[in-house]
Design a protein around this ligand. Sequence first.
Ligand SMILES: [Zn+2]
Length: 274
Amino acid sequence: MTYSSDKRPPEIVIDGQVFYRVEGDLLLDSDELDVYLETQQALRAQREAARRLRERGVAGVDGDTGPLGRLTSGLLGILQDGKIVRWEPGTVLKYCVLRKTFPKREWYTAVVENMQRATDDWSATCGVRFEHVTAADESDALRPPEVVFPVRHLDSGGQFIASAFFPNDPEGRRRVFIDPSYHTTSFDHVGVLRHELGHAIGFRHEHIRSGAPALCPDESTVGTVDLTQYDPRSVMHYFCGGVGSRELAITELDRVGAQYVYGPPLSSFLLLAA
Ligand SMILES: [Zn+2]
């Protein structure tokens, strides 16, 4: 779904702060939304201009090969200051699952188990480390200081199944939200968390690429970097346009892209201390 500047996405109020949902599961504050919408408008204008030039037979102009919309395009990384965004080597991504935010004990238990499997899958894919700090699960604080990010229940009214953050988001935004719809979605429940954790380690949506089918959300790829070829089965591709996967499994191309950023799994090395 795309939004024009006169049509802002609906507001979601979280802990008293207003956010806007874009691309299905990304939350932006008001300033970020302004930038996002401007970028999209520029992208549309560029594509429209290129289309008109093609119609007039102007040679050498192809809107799909410009810097804002390339046809190549697996895994998308985030670019900031011309560099790929990733966690510092040695970072342990400590998390907790805030039990008291979940209205049902079995929802909490399911999220704990599925987070374990999803984090194990990423650690078996590339050089990232996660740790479940179980003692912090019982915290009354929404942001226990001993974790990098908490996972918590949040009723968004079904606006998203789950939502995460990027490594370069401010500290206060590092959290994973689980909507009640998560527990009934036909997407694989571990897969949804694999997808959200993909954001948390720095990957954008696969389906924002121009190579994706036209039915997929047409979002801006500004500030991203292609890590692999376009991959319709990517864990970062939502189910759209007849491609994508409800399993949200980590594909071979995802592995290649993730290892480009984080290297092979740490379990594949004999690590020696100096
Ligand atoms: Zn997503």
